[in-house]
Design a protein around this ligand. Sequence first.
Ligand SMILES: C[S@@+](CC[C@H](N)C(=O)[O-])C[C@H]1O[C@@H](n2cnc3c(N)ncnc32)[C@H](O)[C@@H]1O
Length: 220
Amino acid sequence: MATESEKNEYDGCYKKDAWFGSRESHLLDRYGNLLEPGTSVLDVGVGQGRNALPLARGGCRVTGLDNSEVAISSVRAAAENENLDLVLHQKPFLDFQAPESFDVILCFGLLQILSPEDSASLLERIHHWLRPGGILFMTAWHVDDPSFPGLCDTWERLGLHRFRSPDKKRYRSFLGRGEILQLFFRWKVIHHWEGLGQFHRHGDSQLERHGDVEVVLGKP
Ligand SMILES: C[S@@+](CC[C@H](N)C(=O)[O-])C[C@H]1O[C@@H](n2cnc3c(N)ncnc32)[C@H](O)[C@@H]1O
């Protein structure tokens, strides 16, 4: 299953600090005014907490969800160390029962690693978990990602923009150009950008860049 395989993949990565960087997303820098103290925030795929921890420090009521045991333990340790009020769940998002609807949902870098079924389910759940008037911050990959042509040749194609690895353990789901706005039809577009992102590396891996989709959207 995609969720189990991804869990193992990230458990390994997170043995190194700040795998996805130590800084919060530039979207939170730029739109931080939408996150006042007291705002309830769900971070789906919280990772090592690079976004959840600063928001909790700023007084947001943050819930972090991730199926990686190493991710959740490290965020929990950091939160306890600073006495931050952060609610953490170590489980796949498919098993998460939201106790409330949230003012803000963060979903950075999760959509592209899910199977077609799980990515459709995640989008449905985001619609359900966010309150009317709430704000979604999301990043994903689009079809101009440099890895796309190689996957066409070497991975099993499950749909127009969806792939499964030869060992059947990993998935990649890309969005078509502008598709994100169709998926969130009628939502208010606060920010939308698609293009080639900056070069970066994870740990000591090779430099890479992605075809990035970034949105900040207001639910009607
Ligand atoms: C690319 S990382 C991004 C982490 C973080 N959002 C960030 O920007 O630093 C994706 C995260 O989603 C988590 N994840 C993958 N599949 C998941 C699932 N089915 N349910 C919950 N979390 C999942 C992974 O463990 C990983 O921490």
